[in-house]
Write a protein that binds this ligand. Structure first.
Ligand code: PRX
Length: 645
């Protein structure tokens, strides 16, 4: 990769307001001290933090061990993550979970109620003959029961893998098979935008053939009673004990797996990202306290679904381990009206609000001036995640939602990193719309050129890498050590963790994320592998070849343009485009549907048969086709494509 030029030049900046400075969990003095400690003794500083913030059953003596890049954190320490998230807070006055359903129903669980519920469900699970390390798939919407399921797995040392409830039977099956799950926990159905999604039918489809290793499907009757009960099915309420019961949390080694979460990579097969217990929990707690300044009296609403890493770290594990109150909304943002989010913030006095740029852009589009009709004064911190936020959306969020008073924490991180890595600390960093500012204490992020040398000049783009291991780092890819090493460590000879993102520094040393350097697109803040979508498309009987690229989209950040050559000429191309969109939705899920579909006789390929996606990207983005086209096997195809795009 040559040096990437950057043309963005944002001049507005916002110093920390008084509002955000008072009483912060991390003050400027703390930050300076902490950075100094990390500089002097990195491992000792992590160890001190782990001792302060985590409840250990057995103290650790190892801080970071293991052979690079298979690092282990606090490996001889023992803890239970569920005990850290629930048991130690049972006497707290503040609620644990406030749940708002799409129909407006509100349920509140105190920490002691959550404790009782987790214990009951843990007991039910413990009766199924499972062993520590067995895998459990959770295919549920974001409701208290899915959180109870996650925490119960953690209590018993079972490894959960939450699959986003919007994924199709195919995508679900792929994940169930890859991790050989013994149990699937789901709901009969749930409502999204008023429409019923029958999750249980999707599960039945996913495991219809060759899935005998799935011993039971547990169904929470979320919408109606379970019909069509199969012999392996268990109804959630039927297996819960009727009276309170205590289930001793199992003391797990710090490096035992807490969960697997699948994410897209640059091949067709999703990667099962593995996270261990102690290290993951530490960065979750620290970032909730530092970046979100989370306190007992806060109501923290992170809008992410539990099917994504943000839902794991900033809905479930981080905030609960801090003993805070989380709000979860199990519904669509624009249903039944476009001000639903503002209404929820107002009615529940939400103080910290964390969402994705796509949501911000959508809400801005549907009602730019609407927020003023709601009382949003309870808000004190706003956050964004998942993709770069454009300055226009940033300013709207800052002025219309935060009333110019709330710092926006633009948090950069990944499924693999487990927790925020680059983000402002409210009250300390000067904010500039579009930059996630600087790396958090202990995180050694840097930008390097093609030789791995640190870039020193501003506005030169290079690979964003992390130089030292950090506690919440992934511990590998489930069942594929080689892919782990290859994907994340091989580019610079195992010296750095390679994020797959490109970035630049500005004149003040702030980090600006520029985009992905691999074949991954980011649609509405969700990472999708282009290869995955291409393989879904070519599995359709009419498709000969497919290439997928992204282009800039006003709301989604990036959207998908699929270029397709067909086996035969269809009569109606528009109809076929719709059929193929639906096909992708069935194969992967509706988030992966191509926005645009173009058909041509063939695709631009090199003489060695490699599709030149670079050219297709130029076309999809309405750019001039640049660069060398002399290696093209069929140069005339470019003219044909220019006419149809
Ligand atoms: O490209 C970066 C983008 O999202 C990717 C990680 O995606 P995923 O693992 O699905 O996790 C999303 C939620 C953490 C990154 O490699 N990304 C994430 N946060 C930001 C971002 N891009 C720009 N700014 C961010 N704040």
């Amino acid at each position: 990769m040559s040096i990437i030029e950057s043309n963005l030049d944002e001049k507005r900046s916002f110093s920390p307001s008084k509002h955000s400075k008072g009483n912060a969990n991390l003050t400027k003095e703390d930050l300076i001290k902490l950075n100094k400690q990390f500089h002097t003794d990195n491992n000792k500083t992590w160890a001190d933090l782990a001792n302060t913030h985590i409840l250990w059953d057995k103290n650790f003596t190892n801080v970071v061990s293991g052979e690079a890049p298979f690092y282990k954190w606090f490996s001889d320490g023992r803890l239970n993550v569920s005990k850290n998230c629930v048991d130690r807070h049972i006497n707290k006055k503040n609620s644990a979970i406030i749940h708002i359903a799409e129909n407006g129903e509100r349920r509140v669980l105190s920490y002691s109620e959550l404790y009782a519920y987790v214990n009951k469900f843990s007991y039910a699970l413990s009766q199924l003959g499972l062993c520590c390390g067995d895998r459990v798939i959770i295919y549920m919407p974001t409701i208290p029961e899915s959180i109870v399921a996650m925490l119960s797995c953690a209590r018993l040392g079972l490894i959960h893998s939450v699959v986003f409830a919007g994924f199709s039977a195919n995508a679900l099956r792929e994940r169930i098979v890859d991790c050989k799950a013994k149990i699937v926990i789901t709901v009969d159905a749930f409502k999204r935008s008023g429409k019923i999604i029958n999750s249980k039918d999707i599960v039945d489809n996913a495991i219809k053939v060759d899935c005998d290793f799935v011993e039971n499907v547990i169904v929470y009757e979320n919408h109606a009673s379970l019909s069509d009960k199969k012999s392996r099915d268990l109804v959630w309420d039927d297996i819960l004990p009727t009276c309170d019961i205590n289930v001793e949390p199992i003391s797990m080694s710090s490096d035992s797996l807490l969960f697997i979460l699948y994410t897209s990579g640059s091949t067709g097969k999703p990667k099962g990202i593995m996270h261990a217990s102690g290290g993951y929990l530490l960065n979750c707690i620290l970032t909730n306290k530092w970046v979100f300044d989370l306190k007992d009296q806060d109501i923290f609403w992170c809008t992410a679904d539990i099917g994504w890493i943000t839902g794991h770290s900033y809905v479930v594990y981080g905030p609960l381990a801090c003993g805070a109150t989380i709000l979860i909304y199990d519904g669509a943002p624009l249903f039944p009206h476009s001000n639903r989010f503002w209404e929820i913030i107002q009615d529940n006095k939400v103080s910290i609000f964390y969402t994705a740029p796509t949501a911000i852009r959508t809400l801005m589009k549907v009602g730019e001036d609407e927020p003023k009709n709601y009382n949003l004064k309870s808000l004190r911190i706003l956050g964004t995640v998942g993709e770069p936020i454009n300055p226009k959306a940033w300013m709207w969020y800052y002025e219309k939602i935060g009333n110019g008073q709330c710092p926006i924490v633009d948090t950069w991180w990944q499924t693999e990193t487990g927790a925020n890595m680059i983000a402002p600390i409210p009250g300390i960093n000067t904010l500039i719309p579009g930059t996630c500012t600087s790396a958090l204490p202990g995180i050694d992020a840097t930008i390097v050129d093609v030789n791995g040398a640190q870039l020193t000049q501003p506005n030169q783009g290079g690979d964003l890498v992390i130089k030292k291991p950090w506690p919440s780092m992934l511990t590998g890819i489930w069942g594929d050590d080689e892919r782990y090493v290859q994907t994340y460590w091989s580019k610079y000879s195992s010296k750095y963790y390679v994020t797959g993102d490109t970035a630049r520094y500005d004149e003040n040393g702030n980090i600006w994320i520029m985009g992905r350097s691999d074949d991954v697109v980011n649609v509405s803040g969700h990472r999708l592998g282009t290869m995955e979508i291409e393989s879904a498309l070519v599995s359709h009987e009419l498709v000969a070849e497919a290439a997928v690229v992204s282009y800039k989209h006003e709301i989604k950040g990036e959207a998908i343009h699929a270029f397709i050559s067909l086996k035969n000429n269809p009569k109606n191309k528009n109809e076929l485009a719709d059929i193929l969109r639906e096909w992708v939705s069935i194969k992967i899920g509706s988030i992966a549907k191509p926005e645009r579909v173009s058909f041509s006789d063939s695709l631009p390929k090199t003489r060695s048969g490699k599709i030149m996606r670079r050219l297709l990207r130029n076309l999809a983005r309405n750019e001039r086709v640049t660069g060398d086209t002399s290696t093209l096997e069929n140069e005339s195809i470019i003219d044909q494509l220019k006419e149809i795009v």
